[in-house]
Design a protein around this ligand. Sequence first.
Ligand code: UDP
Length: 193
Amino acid sequence: MKESYLGVNVSPLTYEGIIEEICLRISRNEQSTIIAVNPEKVMTAQKDPQVRDLINGATFQIADGVGILLASKLKKGTITSRVTGVDMMARLLKFAQDDQQPIYLYGAKKEVVEKAAANIQKDYPGIPIAGMTDGYEQDEEALVQRIHDSGARILFVALGSPKQELWIRRNMERLRNVLVFQGVGGSFDVFSG
Ligand code: UDP
């Protein structure tokens, strides 16, 4: 059961719960989207119903930021631990390594995404990296084709919010072979460090 904060949904699932659910959805060939929710986004959603719908339209809204935990505690909700975007990405990388699901990294500066990919390859030996593109690519059509042709099954989009979520919503229909989309904000910067 999802919880709602000022009209914004948040999933009470843990990392393990989300991975489990994603496995199930992959077996049914269903696409999943993951979006991180923090108090800042909840506030933006108050002023902009489009942002609210964008968040609520995702498959999993993860509770990034302690503000959501606090709010859940106050209303005696069920969210007991944070699920951060960067740790969620790490869990998905482990899953991709174990399950041999090809990943694609899209976003951040060229040197950042390249360094992040190199570190991921080192930390998750054998992980299939289908491709990468920096976040300043102009030709969206060509990029979508490239991601499609790469055989990627899990796509991480690091363009900042809500740009990355809008990109995912706009293009997921055309990327039917990609089954997991996560908007990861500054996470490539973390992985490149
Ligand atoms: N970025 C990008 N293309 C853009 C704008 C931003 O690739 O057109 C990248 C930027 O280089 C950085 C990330 O998106 O790596 C934004 O991270 P930020 O921490 O600002 O995102 P947030 O988590 O705050 O949404």
